[in-house]
Ligand binder design. Sequence first.
Ligand code: CTP
Length: 401
Amino acid sequence: MKNKKIILAITGSIAAYKAAFLTRLLIKQGAEVQVIMTPSAAAFITPLTLATLSKRPVHTEVISEESWNNHVELGLWADAMVIAPATANTLAKLANGICDSMVGAVYLSAKCPVFFAPAMDLDMWKHPASKKNIETLKSYGNEIIPVGHGELASGLVGDGRMAEPEDIVDFLNNHFNKKLSLKGKVAVVTAGPTYEAIDPVRFIGNRSTGKMGIAIAEKLAARGAKVFLVLGPTSQKTEEEGVETIRVTSAEEMYQAATKHFKKADVAVMAAAVADYRPKTVSDKKIKKKEGDMAVKLERTKDIAKQLGQVKKKGQLTIGFALETNNEKANAKGKIERKNFDFIVLNSLNDKGAGFGHDTNKVTFIFKDGTEKPLKLKLKTEVAIDIVDEIDNLLNISLKK
Ligand code: CTP
């Protein structure tokens, strides 16, 4: 936390009093804290208290009588923005980009990671509108610090209490420490579909969008890895610093790029939906239709994952995906064996919201030794974090060996 620049945005909840403890803890750990507040937060705790603790003036309005507070500059200054407590009202406004306060203006200008510590009554927390707003904020890449369970200001007991200041600080410390845990590591990620040409205008392809693989590449890069993203034909892309995208079309091109970059890599994640077959001959002219049926003879493509599994050296990891409709676990375990994966991410097409085209995914990790880790339905960006956590772990274990 030392020298980290934190914007602490306080909104109007009874839990606002805890923001004073949070400010003190952050300052104690060496952070610079700039407090901003919504006008209603000032009804719960005074700006003077927070200005004294943070040793900086507190901003409550974009335009005050004496000056205009530069929200853009603040948004660029910070290493992290923490909204604590975040009321149901603020969650709803920010999920929709409403910018009627200093907190909204800084949020929309912030380039840094944003963390929400929600605080509300249990029924408000359970309401589908709040749930939807939380999901929307997560889809922007914001992180939600889990709420606590216990007695609430209403006297009711349930979920909705703001996380304790110590837990919020732990959450932030985790974020900063994890951040560069993969610095110096090199990763190859395959993603998206492949198109296998039949003639100059037609191809055999599949519905993969590449979203899962792109999310993994971004999360690996966010922790400091240099990532080569070998991406099949898709409209999806990434601007993440640290990700070098190599655009390919066919399975053969993907194979060439992946095997080349794997030579210097510590880890390869094979998230692409590679065609298993391609037309045996490709017509150089558009094929004209004729009477009757037509057949296209297909031949096998090269198996990228299997090849990397064969050449991988001690310390190199390979991770695969399996998309199954039946005998899921047995099939996935067979793939770990055949392709020498360190672990496989099993998607079941039987699960609602999982697989191609969705923003969510429901997966189970299966490791080489047979252990299984089922995850609940999550956003693909969250699944990507879980996958990168496992990679982080395995790379650290292999370093210690
Ligand atoms: N894979 C690959 N190169 C191929 C085919 C697959 O790298 N030519 C990778 C995928 O990216 C994925 C894993 O291997 O990580 C999937 O294994 P695969 O056996 O191809 O699974 P399916 O495509 O589901 O095929 P099947 O179930 O028919 O064996």
